[in-house]
Design a protein around this ligand. Structure first.
Ligand code: MRU
Length: 349
């Protein structure tokens, strides 16, 4: 991979500006945690795992500027955590990363000086990034068994290196299958309105030499019915304990069409995207973004001036349409209420 999604650089957070891709490859360098929070909110960086990594780095960056007096430090950290938590509501990796940073402080506050604790927070944010890249490879290794030589894979949105620390989740499965010598072809949904498929997935798969063809979202049903697609693989922003999967808007329609045509529908999910505290997908918070992102493409209006619009950014695919969930700790198959939790709890062993 020839690009880095996010990196920690001497107290600064560097990220590839995904708002500008593929027209321009520009790295932003932020030296203040409010800027990192704003970058997450504006989607300079996006994708559930990448949002979590950015938040952890933002927290570390904010923490090092806090006073070394215990009460002031803890109050300041709480404030930073709150700012991060308000950036985007659906991806549970954001809250997972905030919790992980908080737990580190709770565990060490009585034994370390505040100054040492700050160093630990900086290390932890970098560990989260490193672990994410490693676990994505494991997702790919587990998932590649579902891909046969010559398969065509349909994907929606971008669950790629750009959405993670590197390598991707759904794209890790594609990358490992390709590394194993399998010839694969990918159909990438353009993913209106933000065009993650067109701008990001097509771009990053082309960089890797993986055969990718772009389709508009409304072509997915046609291709799934035509017999051209062998399997679907998507990512997730939050998967509930029963296997209901929140992912980019439009995923549900892909899953329905896959089900109607007996095509397997796989979800690639790091365990940090699985929220066992939610029994099902009904209570997953669904982000609603600016209607302008629907009435315009970039700066070009595509609707009458003053047209009202809605921009629901995610939907929930019921577990019954999900063939399997591929995690770094192995594969969960239905019934998910029994198979998902052990894979998540595996991390606490
Ligand atoms: O709004 P986005 O671009 O942050 O949404 C991203 C997605 O829906 C991805 O499919 C999901 O985060 C999984 S990324 C491994």
């Amino acid at each position: 991979m020839s690009f880095e999604t996010i990196a920690w650089q001497d107290g600064k957070v560097k990220m590839l500006n995904q708002l500008l891709l593929p027209a321009e490859i520009r790295y932003e360098v932020y030296d203040e945690f409010h800027q990192v929070a704003e970058a997450i909110r504006k989607m300079v960086i996006r994708g559930a795992p990448a949002i979590g990594i950015a938040a952890a780095m933002g927290i570390a960056q904010g923490a090092i500027t806090l006073p070394n007096e215990r009460t002031a430090f803890l109050q300041g950290l709480e404030h930073i955590n709150q700012i991060m938590a308000q950036t985007r509501p659906t991806a549970v990796n954001l809250f997972w990363a905030i919790d992980r940073m908080k737990r580190l402080v709770e565990r060490q506050i009585d034994t370390l000086s505040i100054s040492d604790l700050k160093d630990r927070l900086v290390q932890e944010a970098q560990t989260i990034l490193r672990e994410d890249i490693e676990l994505n490879r494991r997702i790919g290794e587990h998932g590649a068994r579902f891909v046969r030589n010559g398969d065509t894979i349909l994907t929606h949105c971008n669950a790629g290196a750009l959405a993670t620390g590197g390598y991707g989740t759904a794209t890790a499965v594609m990358r490992i299958a390709a590394e194993q010598g399998k010839t694969i072809r990918v159909l990438a949904d353009e993913t209106r309105p933000y065009l993650q498929g067109a701008r990001l997935t097509a771009w990053e798969l082309m960089q890797d030499g993986i055969d990718v063809e772009l389709i508009t979202d409304n072509m997915a049903g046609h291709f799934l019915k035509s017999g051209e697609v062998d399997l679907c693989i998507v990512g997730t922003d939050r998967t509930a304990a029963n296997g209901d999967v929140a992912n980019k808007i439009g995923t549900y329609m892909v899953a329905l069409a896959a089900h109607a045509n007996d095509i397997p529908f796989y979800v690639a999910a790091p365990t940090s995207s699985i929220d066992l505290s939610l029994a099902n997908g009904d209570s997953i918070p669904i982000e609603e973004r600016s209607a302008e992102e629907v009435t315009r493409i970039g700066n070009t209006p595509i609707a009458p001036h003053g047209a009202r619009a809605r921009h629901v950014a995610f939907d929930v695919t019921p577990a019954r349409y999900v063939t399997a969930i591929i995690t770094e700790n192995g594969i969960a198959s239905p019934p998910y209420p029994f198979t998902l939790a052990p894979l998540v709890q595996h991390n606490n062993k």
